[in-house]
Structure formats: C-alpha cells, structure tokens
Design a protein around this ligand. Structure first.
Ligand SMILES: [Zn+2]
Length: 572
C-alpha cells in the first residue's frame, strides 16, 4: 500500500483550507447570520437546512444529520475514500501530499500508475479490435442481442482475438502481469489471458479501467472470465457498470443490481441506465455499503428459479447489517425463463418499471421466505419462525426499521405484548455510545468540541474525579484527553481525531449542536454547565457508594473518605 500521510500534514491542511470556499465551489452557499447555508446536497429538501460554519470549519445538515470537516465533505459529496479526499483537498489548496517512508511509496505509486495505464491502453486496443476484421463475430453477437454501436461505444466494449500474444506482443510484459492481463504457464511461458472473447472493461467510480470481464461467443466454458484480483482490482469491492451509471446520473434515486454484464448492457440499450452487476461473486455487504453511498434504494434482480431464490436470500442476509433507517432494498424475482433483457422486450420500458415498483420490499420478502416453510397456525411453526428470524433481525443496526421488523415478527408469531418472556426476547437494541448522557452532559461536550480551548480549565476541575457511572463520562474523558494531547487549533482538526472511532457520529452532531449562545457568553456558559455537571457527578457517585453499602459490600479506604465527605469527589 501507499505510505502513510503524516498526521501533521492533515492538521495543517485542515487549518489552511477554508471549508466555505471548498463547499461553495460545489454547492453554492448563501450567508445567513454567522453561517453559510444551502439546500442540502445529501437529501431532498425545499428549505435550506445545510449549514457551514467558518470559525469551526465544519458543516452540518439539521435535516439528515450529515456533518464533519472539509475531508468528511469530500468523502460524502464526491464519494471518495479518506486518502482520495485528502489528495483532492490538497489539490484544492494547491499543495502536494507528502508520504512517510517516501522512497518505497514512490515505487508502489509508479507501479499502480503503470497498471492503470496499461489497462486503459488495452481497453482501447480491444475496442479497436472489435471494429476490425477479427471482431466481426463479436459484432454479430452484439447485433443479435440487439446492442447498438452507440451502447457498445458507451461501455467501451471490445474484442480479444484468438491470438495467444495479441496484447503480450504489444504492451509492457511486467505491466500486463501486474494488471492480470497475461497468464504464466507452468513451463514459464506467458500468454494472453483473454482470447476470442467479447470484452467488457470494468471501471471504478473514478472512471479508471481496473479490470475486464470477457464472454465467449459460443457455448464453450467458462462462459465468463474475469480479471484476477490485482493491486487495483477487487471483485468483492467493485461492480460492473457503476462508472457508466454515474456518468449518466450522479445521484440515482435507485440502483438496480443484476446478475451479468450483458444484463447491464441490454438494460442500457432500453434506456435503463441505473443498473450494475456484481462481478461473478455474491453481492457482499461491502458492495452494498458502496452502492448506498450513491443512492438510498437498491433493487436486486434475480432469476425466478431455485438458484435465483437462493441468491436472493444470500443478498438479503448480506444486506441486513447495512439497513440503516432511510435505506431501502427490494427483491425482484423475474418470471421463470426470463432475464432482464427478455422481460424488457416483452413488457416494454413502462411495464418493466412497473414490475420494479411492484418488487417485494426486503421486509416482505424476509418474512415470506422464512414463513413459507412454516405452518404459522401451529405453535411449533411460530416458534420456528421466531427462532429463525430473531438472530437475522438482530444483525440490523439500531433504528426504526429494526424496531418495525421486530414488531412485524411479534405480529406474525402472535407473541403477546404483555408476555414477559417474549418482551425479554425483544429487548431494546444497545444504545450507541453517542454520549447521549443528560442534556447537561451534551451541553458540556458540545461546548468543549466547539471551543477546544476550554479544555484546560475543564481538566483542572475534573482532575481526580473518580469513575461516577454518569452516561457520557467516558466520552468526556476521551475528548479531554484528545485535546490535551493534540492541542487542536479548531473544531475541524479536533473532529478529525475521532474519524473512524465509536464517537465519530456523536462528535459530528455535537460540534454543530446549536446552543443558541452568542460567542461572548460561551465561556461563562461552559463554566456554569461544568460546575453543575460536577455536582451531578458527586450525587451519582454517592448513590453508587450507598448502593454498594446496601449490598453489604465493603468500601475501600478512598471510597469511605468520599462517602464521609458527602460524595465530594476527591482531588488527588
Ligand atoms: Zn441533509
């Protein structure tokens, strides 16, 4: 992998960039009071609830809850990975990204550049071959499938000839090896991986060719052959058709997930430009998380046969952990004997869209699938459904969707709401460590995140305060420790330290919590709130000690002292 980007560089970058300029260059902002606002680019709305704060260098949407610093914005808005976002941010500011361990990094970087380059060149070569003499039979196949030259061009389709060294004789051997375009035999001989196949270049979300799929033109096997895993290509992470889909529409309202390359092409031919295909692997959680970055609804299209049903259930299984509120999945089982192409021909575009709209919601499919095997009129059948469904639903992230799945299960199994044993089964999902202590704790945390300079005084006040079991106390200690150690100059730098941690979401929400204060009052407010919090901590500590005594346990010497001083937390 590439070398690490030095932490210090990221902090400096966040101090150097102006988030207002950055966001304004993509989403035009209007000044409103201390903030800049716009209609949120992450959800549909009529009145602006997306707000950017220049002094904190953060943004937040009060409608959908997104928020963060300049790096987060690029990750969310441009669908970039962390490193990509830092690179783009550096380019925006006009600086180079340094790498630790620069020497080895340069080599790795150069190699990947050569791999991307050869993949792009070979894609162009295959496309040229398709138009040439040798490509005639591939063209005939496409024509037979009703694929026009325009669509073939749009997807950059190509043809790999039957020759053993068509690419080998033309391109750099090492780059071809690294790109997976040639194969080394046991005897050390090297030859082209793809021969006599219709070629589908696979591009990533940044529109770079990362691999190929190749389809035979007759009945020989394997029907489809994919590039192997390489430094730039991973089947478990990529899908076919995403680049073309994003070029047609950067924010599709839904994405259709079909089984094969030719399905994507055939659909595009009919004007359905929002389809992608998995690359010969089952659709994984990683795929879904990636696709949900571009849309809020996925529709999985499967053959109506047994294999299709099995694949559909696998997809449902993989999807459950990704089903946060606001995300939707439908399962579309095609009528027997149909693929998306043939169904479209039979039904026309309108009819096809209607079928998509009628596709089962994941929740319906889930209970239909699990319930079908059981006789729900019997106690045994209902118990079996309960046993099968519960662990599955527990994979879902906490939220309304999960709650509703549970309540549906209650209905179906007839598990009485007043039945204590069943209530226990349906226990509440664990609370996310969002520091959602009391409103007071939230206020202290928010002020601390918004004005990191208050931490010094807070630390003095809290020194020697023992663990008092107050919700959010761990979070508070964490924030204080990060500020003490990193001395962040603004909120944007501070929240960067929480990226990827369990506190990330809570930090982003609190840093933008509107406390209705004017700047001048903030410090006094903070001191007042913290003093009040310290009192609460003392009381919480007292009740803990009393509880311990009432259980007949012995207090330690320190605890006894604390108890005698009435829960006053003990400095040192
Ligand atoms: Zn929003």
């Amino acid at each position: 992998m590439s070398g690490r980007i030095p932490r210090q560089f990221i902090d400096d970058l966040l101090l150097r960039v102006d988030i207002v300029d950055l966001i304004d260059s993509r989403v035009p902002l209007k000044k409103s009071g201390n903030n800049y606002v716009a209609r949120c680019p992450f959800h549909n709305e009529k009145t602006p609830s997306f707000s950017v704060n220049r002094s904190r260098q953060t943004y937040h949407c009060f409608g959908c809850g997104v928020g963060g610093n300049a790096i987060s914005f690029l990750i969310d808005y441009a669908h970039l990975g962390f490193v990509e976002a830092v690179e783009d941010l550096a380019a925006f500011v006009g600086v180079e990204v340094p790498r630790e361990n620069a020497e080895s990094t340069d080599v790795v970087k150069a190699d990947n550049a050569a791999v991307y380059k050869v993949l792009e060149a070979v894609a162009a070569f295959y496309a040229e071959q398709l138009r040439g003499e040798q490509g005639q039979k591939a063209v005939a196949y496409l024509k037979n499938r009703g694929v026009s030259g325009r669509i073939a061009g749009q997807f950059n389709l190509g043809y790999a000839s039957a020759q053993w060294d068509a690419v080998l004789s033309r391109f750099d051997r090492q780059a071809l090896l690294d790109a997976g375009l040639v194969v080394v035999k046991d005897d050390g001989k090297v030859y082209d991986r793809f021969r006599d196949r219709l070629m589908f270049p696979i591009r990533d979300k940044r529109h770079r060719v990362i691999g190929f799929g190749g389809r035979v033109l007759d009945d020989s096997l394997p029907k489809y052959l994919n590039s192997p895993e390489t430094a730039v290509f991973s089947k478990g992470k990529e899908v076919y058709g995403l680049s073309e889909l994003l070029a047609a529409n950067a924010k599709p309202s839904r994405i259709l997930v079909v089984e094969g390359y030719m399905d994507v092409i055939a659909l595009a031919q009919f004007g359905v430009t929002h389809a992608v295909a998995a690359l010969g692997t089952a659709t994984s959680k990683t795929h879904m998380e990636m696709l949900f970055r571009f849309t809020s609804e996925l529709v999985f299209c499967f053959d109506g046969d047994n294999a299709g049903r099995q694949a559909a259930w696998k997809a449902v299984d993989a999807a459950l952990p990704c089903l946060r509120d606001g995300r939707q999945i439908r399962i579309m089982l095609l009528p027997q004997g149909h693929d998306p192409d043939s169904l479209l021909r039979q039904e026309g575009l309108d009819g096809f869209e209607r079928q998509i709209n009628q596709a089962l919601m994941l929740s319906d499919y889930f209970f239909e699938h699990l319930g079908a095997a059981q006789n729900l009129a019997s106690v045994e059948g209902r118990a079996k459904l309960l046993a099968d469904a519960k662990p599955q639903i527990e994979k879902m992230p906490p939220g309304f969707f999960r709650e509703m799945m549970f309540s549906r299960l209650r209905e179906l199994t007839g598990a009485g709401l007043r039945d204590k044993s069943v209530e226990r089964v349906f226990k509440k999902p664990p609370r996310a460590p969002s520091g959602k202590g009391s409103p007071l704790m939230r206020k202290v945390l928010a002020l601390l995140l918004q004005y990191p300079r208050f931490a010094l005084w807070a630390e003095q006040q809290l020194r020697g305060v023992s663990d008092n079991h107050l919700p959010g106390f761990d979070f508070l200690q964490n924030v204080l420790a990060v500020i003490a150690e990193q001395k962040p100059e603004n909120s944007a730098v501070l929240i960067e330290f929480f990226r990827g941690s369990e506190y990330e979401k809570a930090v982003n929400a609190l840093v933008n919590l509107d406390l209705g204060l004017i700047e001048l009052d903030a410090e006094a407010e903070f001191q007042g709130a913290l003093r009040q919090l310290l009192r609460q901590m003392g009381e919480a500590r007292m009740s803990y000690l009393i509880e311990k005594l009432s259980r007949g346990e012995v207090l330690t010497a320190e605890e006894l002292m604390e108890f005698r001083s009435g829960g006053k937390t003990n400095p040192g």
